[in-house]
Design a protein around this ligand. Structure first.
Ligand code: HAM
Length: 431
């Protein structure tokens, strides 16, 4: 019998080499990326809390039927990651938070004091064709208020979206808030004679209008003829605003929000919206894109068998938010976790260096000790590369004298101090 041939060197190396790429359409967050994520999240959280919203969370796994019912549009249903678990249950990775939010509120609707204001920053999954601004996993701030049917809640939700943009450095001229109302759409469908059964398909088509080259043809196919399609388009063009939206504009102006415009072409893709809908757009000519949006959905909670409870909210994605900040030069400069690196000049000083680090951490200084054993110059270059602002070199001299030279790597300035003065010096220089 022939011995099996040994795998060649090429086979072996091919077998050993696993790809370092992440799964298609999802991202790895290296420290510089995570730094920006955290910046975004901190601004989102801060604004939500300024408006009295409380944080909640849930699992990424939901029973698939949550999305098969009327909670989500087909858009999202077609794009779900769904699998059967070992117990034969159909499970979906959440494609959005609104059904989860509705489920959680409905589960305790008797106990939760209304109005309730909740927010979360959650990762959601959609099987989409990855492209600029669209990925298969993204993080989404969701802020929703339940229990207020009036215009104040619509205004509050939009004012929060506005406040987040402002808090990240955007001027009002950098973005605009385009608002419409599903009730306008219903009225237009009535007068154009659009069939009740086709309305949600038409709405989704209108939502994608700007992205479709053959919009007119598709619309005609859905509504049942070019004449009806034309009637609908001219209805949309004719309708400029409503008393409700003008009242909303006034309410927003009272809150200092003056970049709202009425745009009856805004429809949003989900079936559950019942009233005000909005989308925030970048105004820069090279990036006239929708950044995020939301709206009112007063009937969603009835799916869970309870009474209808009015609700309104929005979802703001991290991908488009980050692209916006980048396009407008608003991304923060990276700052590493460590304010200080302690370099070890000779191995005998190691325990002294670790002890100094512990003392400084107790005073709230973020410190990394360099254990590389490399030459001092290389250690300092590493600190520079990592953008650590300060270094201290610790050798026998420092150990014996108790005096340390703190170097500011940006200015080159050096200051000699005893251990008890270091934290004060760092904090005053870092501002
Ligand atoms: P949505 O418009 O589907 O709404 O998503 C909200 C935002 O999430 C989008 O405007 C965009 O910023 C981001 N986003 C959506 N899909 C992707 C993707 N594939 N890649 C990157 N970013 C994406 C909702 O999900 C509603 N549930 C929001 C809501 C909350 N309405 C009321 N309350």
């Amino acid at each position: 019998m022939q011995k099996p041939s040994k795998p060649s060197a090429i086979d072996q190396s091919q077998r050993a080499r696993l790809s370092t790429d992440p799964y298609k359409g999802v991202r790895d967050f290296y420290p510089e990326d995570q730094f920006i994520q955290r910046y975004l999240f901190e601004h989102m959280e801060r604004v939500c809390e300024l408006f009295g919203y409380e944080e909640y969370n849930a699992s990424v796994l939901e029973p698939a039927e949550l999305y098969r019912s009327k909670t989500s549009a087909e858009i999202v249903n077609d794009q779900t990651y769904t699998f059967t678990d070992r117990g034969d249950r159909e499970v979906t990775l959440r494609p959005e938070m609104t059904p989860t939010f509705a489920r959680m509120v409905a589960a305790r609707s008797r106990e939760i004091p209304l109005p309730a204001r909740w927010y979360t920053i959650a990762n959601v999954f959609r099987y989409e064709r990855p492209q600029k601004g669209r990925l298969r996993e993204h993080w989404q701030l969701n802020a929703d208020i339940v229990g207020v049917a009036g215009i104040e809640a619509d205004a509050e939700i939009i004012a929060m979206a506005h406040a987040i943009m402002r808090s990240m450095g955007a001027e009002e001229r950098d973005f605009e808030i385009r608002v419409s109302d599903r009730r306008i759409l219903d009225a237009m469908y009535d007068s154009a004679g659009i069939d009740i059964d086709t309305r949600s398909d038409v709405t989704r088509l209108l939502d994608r209008r700007a992205k479709l080259e053959d919009f007119d043809t598709q619309l005609a196919a859905v509504v049942g003829g070019t004449e009806k399609a034309q009637a609908l388009i001219s209805e949309i063009e004719r309708t400029t605003s409503t008393a409700y939206l003008e009242e909303l504009r006034v309410a927003l102006e009272h809150m200092g929000v003056t970049n709202m415009i009425v745009d009856t072409k805004i429809t949003r893709g989900f079936d559950y919206y019942t009233g005000m809908v909005f989308e925030v757009f970048d105004t820069s000519p090279e990036n006239r894109r929708s950044l995020f949006g939301g709206g009112r959905y007063d009937n969603l909670l009835t799916l869970f068998g309870g009474d209808s409870i009015p609700a309104v909210g929005f979802g703001m994605g991290d991908v488009t938010a980050r692209d916006f900040l980048e396009a407008h030069n608003l991304l923060p400069a990276y700052a590493p976790a460590s304010e200080l690196m302690i370099c070890i000049v000779e191995p005998e000083a190691t325990s002294h260096a670790t002890r100094l680090a512990q003392d400084l951490r107790r005073e709230d200084v973020t410190v990394a000790v360099n254990y590389s054993g490399k030459r001092l110059g290389d250690q300092i270059r590493q600190a520079e590369k990592m953008k650590v602002p300060f270094v201290i070199a610790v050798g026998a001299k420092e150990r014996d004298s108790g005096r340390y030279t703190i170097k500011n790597l940006a200015t080159g300035n050096e200051t000699v101090l005893t251990a008890d003065r270091i934290s004060e010096h760092l904090f005053s220089s870092l501002g």
